[in-house]
Design a protein around this ligand. Structure first.
Ligand code: FAD
Ligand code: GLY
Length: 384
């Protein structure tokens, strides 16, 4: 059956990226349909710790750092707007992030990062061990100080993802869960819609925001956007009174304090794993690392463990843009470790493109979706 209804855009993938796009397009008065083969937000987006770590995870000047900082700045108004539209609190807070130094090499690297942050006009401050302990009395005495970043806040990632979709619906978006997009509908060399497990949906604008599964849909138009999974496992614990107030970040481990004494401990990194099983090995590695940072975490009550598949690309940058030949076909995928942070700027950029606007102050050239077109995957291979 061919659906005659005509949308301004069909968005494939109801994770944080697709849902953000649906929200920003709907907020500009466009009629969109958001589709997921599962419930919305149940893949990478539900697994995220919710850090908005523009400074803590990116410490190199360039377009990606600017994209991350621009996106981070969108969260205060976004939190208010989503609350007003949906009644949902996305848990946006800014209580500081401590990137701790354990070895002298860490201290040196963190001092260099602070100098870099100052050179680009960002706040970052070195705290001695005593100052860190004063701020976070439960933290280990073994550390050698920490970089404090005040600007990197956090949100409740699973709530953010759903709030975007609900806000889009409140603004007129249509939604289809448990509906798989099987292929793109191409007519006369143009994008004309998608073919789902249920029906044919028509629109002259289709946005692929399907996380690690985006590449498969794009093969039909011979677009090479290699995206591979990097599995991350996490667990959470509950405490009677908050153990920490800031996010604490170290090698391969972070502790993110949430409302009500809950702490998320993340995250492992396993390349090329499509299975989401939580392993004892992964959790015990995290627990050992967490104990080294905050020893009293051993007294916390176990809550749960989970995992998700981060969508990584060959150069670590997302694919953002329009197909050069099949006009109206867009890709927004491959946000790897920062999809929550980058969700508002991604949604805004796609809404701008649909309105024929461009972001003059942001260079989107590094994210061109054709940049890996001529790379043979067999030759280069995915990183191992
Ligand atoms: P997904 O959330 O995977 O969504 C893609 C959707 O597309 C899925 O719902 C899927 O069902 C759907 N789909 C796929 N194919 C089809 C099809 N053919 N038809 C219909 N639907 C389809 N980021 C941060 O910024 N801060 C953090 O603190 C953070 N922590 C993280 C911790 C962990 C453990 C992990 C795993 C990730 C973390 N991330 C974090 C990264 C972030 O979660 C991801 O970058 C982000 O969720 C990617 O969103 P997405 O919408 O692209 O993908
Ligand atoms: N950004 C945190 C993670 O991906 O684990």
């Amino acid at each position: 059956m061919t659906k005659s209804k005509f949308w301004d855009a069909i968005i494939v993938g109801g994770g944080v990226i697709g849902s953000s796009i649906a929200y920003y397009m709907s907020a500009r008065g466009m009629k969109v349909v958001l589709i997921d083969r599962d419930r919305f937000g149940q893949q990478a987006s539900i697994a995220a710790a919710g850090m908005l770590a523009a400074q803590a995870e990116i410490n190199e000047a360039g377009p990606f750092f600017d994209l991350a900082r621009t996106s981070r700045a969108l969260f205060p108004p976004l939190a208010r707007d989503l609350q007003a539209l949906t009644g949902m609190d996305i848990g946006f807070t800014r209580k500081g992030l401590l990137r701790v130094g354990i070895t002298s090499a860490d201290v040196e690297a963190l001092q260099q990062t602070i100098a870099f942050q100052h050179s680009v006009g960002e706040q970052a401050e070195w705290l001695s061990t005593e100052q860190v302990i004063q701020r976070e009395p439960e933290i280990s005495r073994e550390l050698r100080g920490a970089m404090l970043v005040e600007g990197d806040g956090q949100v409740d990632a699973p709530v953010l993802s759903i709030a975007y979709a609900k806000a889009a619906v409140a603004l007129g978006a249509d939604i289809k869960e448990f509906t798989e997009v099987r292929s793109l509908l191409i007519e006369h060399g143009r994008i004309a819609g998608v073919i789902t497990s249920e029906e044919v949906l028509r629109s002259d604008r289709v946005i692929i925001a399907s996380g690690i599964w985006s590449g498969a849909l794009l093969e039909q138009v011979r677009l090479n956007c290699p995206i591979y999974p990097v599995k991350g496992e996490c667990f959470s614990v509950l405490t009677d009174k908050p153990l920490i107030s800031s996010t604490i970040f170290s090698h391969g481990c972070y502790l993110v304090p949430k409302k009500g004494g809950r702490i998320i401990v993340g995250a492992t990194s396993k390349l090329h794993s499509y299975d989401r099983k939580v392993t004892l090995g992964g959790i015990s590695t995290l627990l050992e690392a967490a104990k080294k940072l905050v020893p009293s975490i051993v007294n916390a009550e176990w809550e749960k463990a989970w995992s998700g598949l981060r969508p990584q690309t060959l150069d670590g940058l997302p694919y953002l843009g329009e197909h050069e030949t099949y006009k109206g076909l867009y890709v927004a995928a491959g946000h790897y470790r920062n999809g929550i942070l980058l969700s508002p700027i991604t949604g805004k950029c796609v809404a701008d493109w649909a309105e024929g606007k461009s972001k003059k102050h942001l260079s989107l050239e590094p994210y061109r979706i054709h940049r890996h077109q001529h790379i043979s995957q067999e030759k280069v291979g995915f990183p191992t």
